[in-house]
Write a protein that binds this ligand. Structure first.
Ligand SMILES: C[S@@+](CC[C@H](N)C(=O)[O-])C[C@H]1O[C@@H](n2cnc3c(N)ncnc32)[C@H](O)[C@@H]1O
Length: 218
């Protein structure tokens, strides 16, 4: 996501510091020192402006949500959204990290995550950029390490090219496909779906949403 450099970005992020996991050091003993309640942890990678993470944290107070975004100015918007909506949440159950997904294996404890969400990840359409796609096997390797043995990865995208590539990567890497659809909003489970900014935008333009849920084989 491109964004003009924010004035006072660092100060605005600092004003939301209670919602930010500012250093991986804070996670060396797991999530105990981060969230007041010991409950399942779900991770969104590439959270953008934070609609999905904030909506999920409000809907599921019994889950702790960590939302990751590599662009600080974008995460700033998500942090401010989460701070503004704090009163609407039953739990103190959302935190943000400003880092790249490639660093996750160094930053989060192994087998500590119950569910990972990849929502409308950048498609990187050029073949030479395939390694940057968040469903490339080099990232799947990281997600497998982070997820608990029964953990699930849930992926949604408007982009058919990225979706087809991802289904192939999932199969070749050794995962079990739990659910797949080319039109998420027409499925029964859509009743529980929390939309992201991109999802709202693309579905309003008439695009259908592709989605797959996978589990890693042992
Ligand atoms: C196309 S936007 C989608 C935003 C949001 N998930 C949505 O659906 O509205 C992709 C987001 O993922 C972030 N992103 C891309 N690659 C990333 C990476 N390797 N690590 C962390 N965030 C990443 C981008 O900065 C951008 O904000």
């Amino acid at each position: 996501m491109r964004m003009r450099k924010k004035k006072n970005g660092a100060a605005r992020i600092a004003a939301c510091s209670e919602l930010l996991i500012a250093s991986p050091e804070l996670l060396k003993d797991g999530f105990g020192g981060i969230f007041p309640k010991d409950q399942p942890v779900h991770l969104e990678i590439g959270c953008g402006k934070g609609n999905f993470a904030c909506g999920m944290a409000q809907k599921y107070p019994d889950v702790n949500f960590v939302a990751l975004e590599r662009v600080a100015d974008v995460c700033c918007i998500a942090l401010e959204k989460a701070k503004r909506s704090a009163d609407e949440r039953e739990g103190d159950n959302i935190r943000f990290m400003i880092t790249d997904a490639a660093m996750l294996a160094d930053n989060l404890p192994e087998h500590s995550i119950d569910c990972i969400y990849l929502n409308f990840s950048d498609p990187w359409p050029k073949a030479g950029h395939a390694k940057r796609r968040l469903t490339h096997r080099r990232f799947l390797e990281i997600y497998k390490k982070l997820l608990k043995p029964d953990g699930i990865l849930k992926f949604k995208t408007d982009n058919v090219g990225l979706f087809d590539f991802s289904l192939e990567e999932f199969e070749q890497f050794g995962t079990e496909l739990l659910f797949v659809t080319r039109d998420l909003h027409s499925e029964e489970c859509a009743a529980d779906n929390v939309m992201t900014e991109y999802e709202k935008n693309f579905s309003e333009k008439g695009f259908t949403i592709n989605s797959a849920w996978i589990k890693f084989k042992a």
